[in-house]
Design a protein around this ligand. Structure first.
Ligand code: XIL
Length: 364
């Protein structure tokens, strides 16, 4: 496939961080035929997320039709090798088929149709894998990137019809027929999604997953949502003594200007909700797509080492609350943001200075 050579005499990431948290990475379906990649994966990682294959658009293109071929292979392999599978993801504005919340003419289905589609999709997916998925990213990226927090998390949910930063089909379908006098709104899809996931797979840990989660607005919106929904659940007739939203996934798609103090504040605020935390999609880019950093220049390399070190020091400090750290990309060649050389391994699979720094601080 390429010139990647994995050196398995390096320290293993999962072994190095064993006493702190589990360590994960992603797999795309084409890697399934590459023994070297799978051997490397088993050596370094104890958790796997499907990079794309488990997203709604690849599971179900039309009503009543489900295709689990690729994901079955991944889940089977992970199970045989004792690797935790992260289910990514059930409810999202991206990479999802329109049938879930829109009519063939593009208008939104009604609130009750949306609820029934939501239940049908979640039920199908989670029961198919029941007992094999360690945790589900139940709702992915529900919030907009707003500047100021209004005091009510619901006001920050995505609800535009287009606009990549704010599009929110589930919200709009759930708003179609909502009775404001009864307290109903588009935001109700969030509770329902977690409710259905719990109902049909009580074994999995249920997560909300979000990016730019270090920003003060999203920090507060996420934390308040988790607290309110868990409170609401505690009064529900089916309450099972657990939180409904048990985990907060901090995607951690960082770049050279990510503010580490903000990351610390989010970790603190999220811990206060009582939920556990995972770092779910970590990478640190330099440059931009127009001005790629391939490879990093010496200054960028130095800064990347510093940032990985500072972030992993924080994760160690909060490790009592952190279940898993997953890097989004096995190396800089195969990353979704390859222009920014964001991972711990170089284009040929070689350990970067950032890898050495991270492994070194695990033993300090
Ligand atoms: C990305 C994949 O890495 C790409 O291959 C795909 O083209 C787009 O999605 N947040 C998420 C992930 O939750 O699912 C995204 O993955 C990256 C951002």
């Amino acid at each position: 496939m390429n010139n990647i050579v994995w050196d398995l005499s390096l320290p293993s990431l999962k072994e190095s961080f064993k006493k702190y948290f589990n360590f994960g990475n992603i797999l795309a379906k084409n890697f399934f035929d590459c023994e070297e990649t799978l051997d490397m994966f088993k050596y370094h990682y104890g958790a796997v997320t499907a990079e794309n294959a488990m997203k709604p658009m690849y599971i179900s293109t039309k009503p009543g039709s489900y295709d689990f071929d690729h994901t079955d292979k991944l889940v089977e392999w992970a199970y045989e090798n004792g690797i935790d599978v992260v289910g990514h993801t059930l409810v999202w504005h991206g990479q999802s088929p329109p049938w879930l919340n829109r009519n063939p003419d593009g208008t939104y289905v009604t609130r009750s149709e949306a609820k029934s589609n939501l239940e049908e999709y979640i039920k199908h997916c989670v029961t198919h894998y029941s007992g094999r998925i360690y945790s589900w990213d139940v709702v992915n990226e529900p919030f907009r990137d707003d500047k100021e927090f209004s005091g009510n998390w619901r006001e920050h949910l995505r609800r535009d019809t287009d606009n990549e930063r704010a599009v929110g089909h589930w919200y709009l379908a759930y708003a179609n027929g909502a009775d404001a006098e009864l307290g109903e709104s588009g935001a109700d899809y969030i509770f329902d999604a977690f409710y259905f996931a719990r109902r049909y797979d009580p074994n999995a840990t249920l997560y909300i997953n979000e990016y730019n989660e270090e920003s003060p607005t999203k920090r507060e919106a996420i934390a308040q949502m988790v607290e309110e929904i868990n409170e609401e659940w505690s009064k529900h007739p089916n309450y099972d003594g657990r939180f409904l939203i048990e985990g907060i996934g901090m995607q951690s798609h960082c770049n050279e200007s990510t503010n580490i103090e903000d990351v610390r504040k989010s970790l603190e605020r999220f811990c206060n909700t009582g939920a556990i935390i995972s770092i779910t999609e970590m990478d640190i880019t330099f440059g931009s797509p127009e001005n790629p950093a391939k490879p990093l220049n010496p200054e960028q390399n130095k800064r990347q080492i510093e940032m990985y070190t500072e972030l992993f020091n924080l994760y160690k400090e909060f490790s009592a609350y952190i279940e898993r750290v997953t890097i989004w990309g096995k190396n800089d060649l195969e990353s979704w943001r390859a222009w920014g050389s964001p991972t711990l391994f170089g284009v040929e699979g070689e350990a970067k200075d950032s890898f050495n720094a991270v492994v070194e601080l695990a033993s300090k």
